[in-house]
Design a protein around this ligand. Structure first.
Ligand code: DQA
Length: 148
């Protein structure tokens, strides 16, 4: 049976390509989706790729992924929660409550940036944390979870 990968993107990532290109690069979110589709095809995964600026939508999608996980149909969740990484107990609780295997992902190296980006609420519930590889990190994360 084909397993599914959820790639979930949080606030302001819809602006990729024009948003602080010196930090996030010039590729758009559509380019990232294509990278993820290629990586998923390599491993025979179905891709669900979404973005929202709203915390509750991300919570709902983690619950949705959790139902697939319970049914044995989820390969994993790659979550770039963007700024919610540093603020959201609700997202942490969603990951813990569903038990989804999580890769926390950041395009930039958050540890080389402002100190408020050094703390992640999600890291405690993540199986892996990846940052600093640019948008290529998404493909690397999918390659990584294919080994689980
Ligand atoms: C980010 C890093 C976060 O600190 C920031 O708020 C983002 C993007 C990244 O991908 O590097 O919006 O998650």
């Amino acid at each position: 049976m084909t397993k599914t990968v959820y790639v979930l993107n949080g606030p302001n990532l819809n602006l990729l390509g024009t948003r602080e290109p010196q930090v996030y690069g010039s590729q758009t979110l559509a380019d990232v989706e294509q990278l993820c589709a290629t990586a998923c095809a390599r491993h025979g995964f179905t891709l669900v790729f979404r973005q929202s600026n709203h915390e509750g939508a991300l919570v709902d999608w983690i619950h949705e992924a959790g139902r697939l996980h319970a049914a044995g149909q989820l390969a994993g969740v790659v979550l770039n929660a963007a700024a919610y990484t540093h603020t959201s107990v609700a997202l942490l609780d969603a990951v813990k409550g569903t038990g989804v295997p999580l890769v926390e992902l950041h395009i930039s190296n958050v540890h080389a940036r402002e100190s408020f980006r050094h703390h992640s609420y999600l890291a405690a519930a993540a199986r892996a944390v990846m940052c600093g590889f640019g948008v290529q990190g998404y493909a690397l994360a999918i390659d990584g979870l294919a080994q689980w």
